[in-house]
Design a binder for this molecule. Structure first.
Ligand code: FAD
Ligand code: N01
Length: 544
């Protein structure tokens, strides 16, 4: 923006920033830190009234990470890693949120974040090369770069059940939990949904509730998390190797080093060796189980062996054979919906005051003043907990009315599924970036490793643009088409598309069925990002 344009904008009441970042979770916070260090003026807008994103919103009982705390933390600052001490193998939500607030304080981030403000629209003006960003608080700001740090799992969704507004009791969504908590003591509670949020919250809700009815549409594979306190020795040892560990994590497919993938194929192992591998990894807890052998996510035969093993373990915990039939997953390969890590989830269904209703067999028909109707029967409850998930990966991005070059709406462009180059940008939308956007490893990885990978890349890119007199960067349609085809092809070589998962958009009626994340791994993807940057942003058009 020229000085004259800037003065005109200010006279109009339109502030100007070099960059606007939407969202103040792990991604927005780190992006802000990096761009300030480049000397750019930055404004972050955040709907919530504090930092933290996922960990600000998901305060339901039992919420904790499923990537181990020692890896589920920022890796960019030796200082931060040395100062902060995690207490458990899988940190609970309050501890993660405390950590994010500690980082915000340490880096003095809040002064550039406007809280309680939702971005409603972003419009690109090709003449000025600027985005105009508007908010629900009446802000109207201009910016050269617009960065969507809006999160893959941040658009919480209550399904369109008829009668939901008639319910007389309390309703909560796990992804928008009240800050003051919820007391279920003495209440009849209905939980709808048995993904990770349901699996984590159900055992704790059952401890308090007078009666709990769980409404399950899809039985999920779930294995004991094996959570425990971290010892002083583990914490001290981890600090010795912080930086090399993080580098190593970036060189793995999942952005994780707490386990290694066994590369042998199932058929190359004896049944005894396979059983041993599966058992050891099951006992270890966490995602190690999915690394038991090399083709677990690639062929049905290999996957079936692991799925049968998992079902046998699950069966051994449940007492009532009728409940076994409902709780054991049999309609999708193990791992193609996100594996749930639990603490006493299956055991909860052995309790006399806990029931499960199979809403695959008998879908929820409606919600009434006093309960939930399924299979013609009304289940009376005082409280309904919607553990029904998110409009994942695209919901929060498309929640902003984004208009690019020539009036093109991102919503229209993505009507048949998201189209990006590298998950970072989309043709027709210059200087607009997505952090962990669709088409990148994102939700198939340790998200903080993927967030840092994107933030570092975007920072280098903006440094190149601002120091090299380049006005804009934009994915070319050809590079984007090739990348979308590549992402689809890689996914089709796996079992992932075989489940009705949120990875596929299948949890939202009418959402296009497209496998959204990149399955090639953080390591391979990182090499591609580096090659693109080294070739002066090959596949992007740079305009002076
Ligand atoms: P978010 O944390 O989702 O932050 C996005 C922010 O953008 C939100 O605060 C939102 O309010 C804001 N926002 C969105 N739209 C707008 C708008 N229009 N205007 C203003 N603000 C807006 N990943 C892992 O790797 N390991 C885990 O163990 C793990 N556990 C998880 C547990 C739960 C309960 C959930 C829901 C997800 C979990 N994830 C996990 C994924 C998790 O989302 C990421 O790890 C990470 O926290 C994402 O950070 P982010 O900053 O990209 O997005
Ligand atoms: O959401 P989900 P989530 N009628 O979409 C059901 C991360 N996370 O919040 O499977 C009846 O997984 C739906 O049924 P179905 C993690 O990446 C991590 O639990 O679609 N039921 C499902 O059972 C995770 O994958 C942790 O058939 C309906 C449930 O609601 C992601 O966030 C903790 C329904 C939704 O499950 C999302 O998890 C929490 C309907 N109309 C979240 N609509 C950790 O452990 C939906 N359902 C770290």
């Amino acid at each position: 923006m020229t000085r004259e344009e800037n003065s005109a904008a200010q006279a109009n009441g339109t502030a100007h920033f070099d960059a606007v970042i939407v969202g103040a979770g792990f991604a927005g916070m780190y992006m802000l830190h990096r761009l300030r260090a480049l000397g750019l003026s930055v404004r972050v807008f955040e709907t919530g009234d504090g930092v933290g994103g996922t960990w600000y919103w998901n305060r339901y009982p039992g919420a904790r990470c499923d990537v181990e705390s020692l890896e589920y933390q920022y890796g960019f600052s030796d200082d931060i890693q040395r100062e902060w001490n995690w207490t458990e193998r899988y940190a609970a939500q309050p501890e993660i949120l405390r950590y994010q607030n500690y980082v915000a304080d340490k880096l003095n981030l809040r002064k550039d974040i406007q809280f309680s403000t939702r971005v409603t629209s972003a419009d690109y003006d090709a003449r000025s090369g600027e985005w105009t960003v508007e908010t629900d608080r009446g802000d109207r700001v201009q910016t050269r770069f617009c960065i969507m740090a809006t999160g893959c799992l941040s658009a919480a969704r209550v399904p369109d059940f008829p009668g939901v507004e008639d319910f007389d009791g309390e309703t909560y969504h796990t992804g928008a939990w009240p800050h003051e908590g919820v007391d279920f003591t003495g209440k009849r509670v209905g939980v709808i949904g048995t993904g990770s949020s349901g699996v984590q919250s159900i055992p704790i809700i059952a401890e308090q509730a007078k009666h709990l009815t769980v409404f399950q549409r899809t039985a999920n594979f779930t294995l004991p998390a094996g959570n425990r306190p971290l010892s002083k020795e583990e914490i001290t040892a981890s600090k010795e190797t912080l930086l090399t560990d993080r580098q190593h994590a970036r060189e793995t497919a999942g952005g994780l080093i707490c386990f290694e993938y066994n590369e042998a194929l199932a058929e190359e192992m004896t049944p005894e060796a396979r059983e041993k591998e599966l058992r050891e990894r099951w006992t270890q807890g966490g995602f190690a189980f999915l690394g038991s052998y090399g083709d677990i996510m690639a062929t049905k035969e290999a996957n079936d062996i692991a799925a049968d093993f998992a079902r046998a373990q699950m069966r051994s915990v449940i007492k009532d054979p009728a409940i076994v039939d409902i709780l054991l997953p049999d309609d999708h390969p193990v791992g193609v919906k996100r594996l749930c890590l639990d603490t006493h989830y299956l055991e909860t269904f052995n309790l006399p005051h806990v029931d499960i209703v199979d809403v695959r067999a008998n879908p929820i028909e409606r919600i009434t003043k006093s309960g939930i109707v399924s299979g013609g029967r009304e289940y009376e409850v005082d409280v309904i907990v919607f553990a029904t998930g998110f409009d994942a990966m695209t919901g929060a991005i498309l929640g902003v009315d984004i208009t690019g070059r020539d009036g093109m709406k991102l919503r229209d462009k993505w009507a048949a599924g998201p189209r990006t180059y590298l998950g970072l940008g989309s043709a027709g939308f210059p200087n607009l970036f997505f952090i962990t956007g669709p088409g990148s490893p994102s939700v198939l990885s340790n998200m903080i490793v993927s967030i840092e990978q994107h933030v570092d890349w975007i920072t280098d890119c903006l440094s190149r643009l601002t120091s090299g007199n380049v006005r804009s960067i934009e994915a070319t349609p050809d590079a984007e088409d090739e990348w979308v085809a590549h992402v689809n092809e890689l996914a089709s070589e796996t079992l992932y598309p075989q489940a009705n998962s949120w990875y596929m958009g299948a949890n939202i009626p009418g959402k296009p069925r497209v496998f959204m994340p990149y399955t090639g791994g953080v390591n391979v993807y990182g090499e591609k990002l580096a090659e693109v940057a080294a070739a002066d942003y090959e596949g992007f058009r740079l305009d002076a």
